[in-house]
Design a protein. Structure first.
Length: 156
């Protein structure tokens, strides 16, 4: 079983762009979201992925995640089955202090929202905070990608 542990933060400025080692455009949608599991389809650049996620722990730090790369054509077909609310964003990979922050700049109905995530080996692992990292929103369901498809940032 693959357990993912990550923390999520608001981003204060776009200074991270100068530090990014790469960026890619992402479109993702959800085939199904029911209590206890989510099935996501993602197109990142010219690659497709299917991901199944379980429930988060009460603090929002950890959950089961399984992901598999699939052919781009299949991912495009599956995107047509996704629920309303496709998420569009650019992801920047930003190395800092021995970790890599994934910074997502959202578009469409989530324009104006920028979030950073860091994957950790355990919930209590320490890490350095870059100056552009803002308030922690780990566990705040409004910032879950699946929720941004249902109730986008523009409607807050």
């Amino acid at each position: 079983m693959a357990i993912e542990t990550e923390r999520k933060f608001l981003v204060l400025s776009d200074c991270y762009k100068a530090e990014a080692e790469s960026s890619s455009r992402i479109a993702q949608g959800y085939i199904g979201t029911v209590p206890g599991r989510t099935v996501r389809i993602r197109i990142r650049g010219d690659r497709g992925y299917i991901t199944i996620k379980g429930n988060s722990t009460p603090d929002g730090l950890s959950r089961y995640e399984w992901e598999k790369e699939i052919p781009l054509g299949e991912a495009e077909e599956l995107m047509a089955l996704c629920q309303k609310g496709i998420i569009e964003k650019t992801r920047f990979l930003v190395p800092f202090g021995g970790h890599v922050f994934e910074v997502d700049e959202f578009y469409g109905d989530n324009e104006g929202l920028t979030l950073a995530e860091i994957e950790l080996g355990s919930p209590d692992e320490s890490f350095e905070r870059p100056s552009w990292l803002g308030k922690e929103v780990t566990g705040d369901a409004r910032y879950y990608n699946k929720m941004l498809g249902v109730k986008p940032f523009k409607d807050w």
